[in-house]
Design a protein around this ligand. Structure first.
Ligand SMILES: *Cc1c(COP(=O)(O)O)cnc(C)c1O
Length: 361
């Protein structure tokens, strides 16, 4: 005997909600959640382990609530003259975004993003009590500065999410769009740069827009380029006053001593940890070129994944690939599927399996 959610005195605003649920199937080739599929290099793993071992000896004590060393590490990694009082971190950028919503959105307020975009924005918004408003993109998933500013001015949200480049489409977002949205808004503008390291090197980050914009927040994660998804570490840069606001909502000691030690050690090896980015970008571009040759419509991507259209029956293709041991993602966009760029061998396995299925419409 077990009860259902309807039998519980659940919050009314949580009724009918679905939890985040990308399938976690133990398939040989898992290209569904945009991880870096390259393992942490062993010389880095050794150093991280040493740091964790030291931290473990003091694990009877609460950790540094201000995660000082880690914030200094992030400030150094990001550059742009940032200092540690402009840095925040938490257990994945999902928790960072949740902190932003808890501080600046919440009950009676609204959060806004341009759909299709990261599926966690509406979930996090609603679970923290805010309502979610979805804006629109052009048919190629780009957004113009004029349209973005007009939509944001109209919705007047308390928090705006700009995913740059965008998940699940891969679409770049130009800095003039961010500037226009900031000017048109009264709320906090979050630029989610989870995939920034995969964008062309010469492109400017939204970090360059921070000076003089106290409502602007730029979030990043160690989960994608940094090959650290399992450690759960995300961070953001913003005005020190924003960081003070986030301190009001975080749980005490939210970042464990072991997490702080592991992430601080990994950051010391940033160039090695990021060493696979060029290789991943090469595999991404190979995926796009091969998909096109197979008759699909890959969308431009500045990330480590490719969204492609022209799929006759996405659910059937997804299942056929699954049966071949290849896990990709059906993100619910009609006639589209999304695939993460893996190692060369994984990417080959995906492309070969797809070619054998022949499901282009
Ligand atoms: C993967 C992803 C994140 C990162 O989530 P973590 O909680 O840091 O693992 C954030 N934003 C977007 C758009 C993502 O795709």
């Amino acid at each position: 005997m077990s009860a259902g959610l309807d039998d519980l005195p659940l919050r009314d605003d949580l009724r009918g909600m679905k939890p985040y649920g990308a399938p976690q199937a133990p398939l040989p080739v898992a290209l569904n959640v945009n991880e870096n599929t390259h393992p942490v290099p062993s010389e880095v793993a050794d150093d991280i382990l040493d740091s964790i071992a030291v931290a473990l000896r003091e694990v009877n004590r609460y950790p540094d609530r201000e995660f000082t060393a880690l914030r200094e590490g992030f400030a150094g990694y990001l550059g742009h003259g940032l200092t540690s009082d402009q840095i925040w971190a938490a257990n994945g950028s999902n928790e960072v975004l949740q902190h932003v919503l808890q501080a600046f959105a919440g009950p009676g307020r609204t959060a806004f993003g341009f759909a299709p975009t990261y599926s966690m924005y509406p979930l996090l918004s609603r679970s923290t009590g805010a309502s979610w408003v979805a804006g629109e993109r052009e048919s190629d998933y780009t957004i113009s500065a004029e349209s973005a500013a007009a939509q944001v001015a109209e919705a007047s949200p308390d928090v705006v999410f700009l995913c740059a480049p965008n998940n699940p489409t891969g679409t770049p977002l130009r800095l003039d769009v961010i500037e226009a949205v900031y000017e048109a808004s009264r709320g906090v503008v979050v630029v989610d740069e989870a995939y920034q390291e995969f964008a062309p090197r010469e492109e400017r980050s939204a970090l360059t827009l921070l000076p003089g914009r106290e409502r602007l927040v730029v979030s990043r994660t160690m989960s994608k380029a940094f090959a650290f998804a399992g450690a759960r570490v995300g961070y953001l840069a913003a005005d020190p006053a924003v960081i003070d606001a986030l301190r009001l909502v975080r749980l005490p000691y939210h970042l464990s001593a072991l997490t702080q030690a592991a992430a601080t050690a990994a950051l010391r090896h940033a160039p090695t940890m990021l060493g696979m980015v060029d290789e991943i970008v090469a595999q991404r571009d190979r995926i796009s070129a091969t998909l096109e040759a197979l008759g699909y419509d890959p969308h431009e991507s500045w990330t480590n994944f490719v969204l492609f259209g022209g799929v006759d029956d996405p659910a059937a293709t997804w299942q056929a690939l699954y049966d071949e041991g290849v896990l990709i993602r059906d993100v619910g966009i009609p006639h589209h599927l999304r695939v993460t760029a893996g190692t060369e061998a994984e990417t080959t396995a995906f492309l070969d399996a797809l070619a054998s299925i022949d499901s282009a419409s």
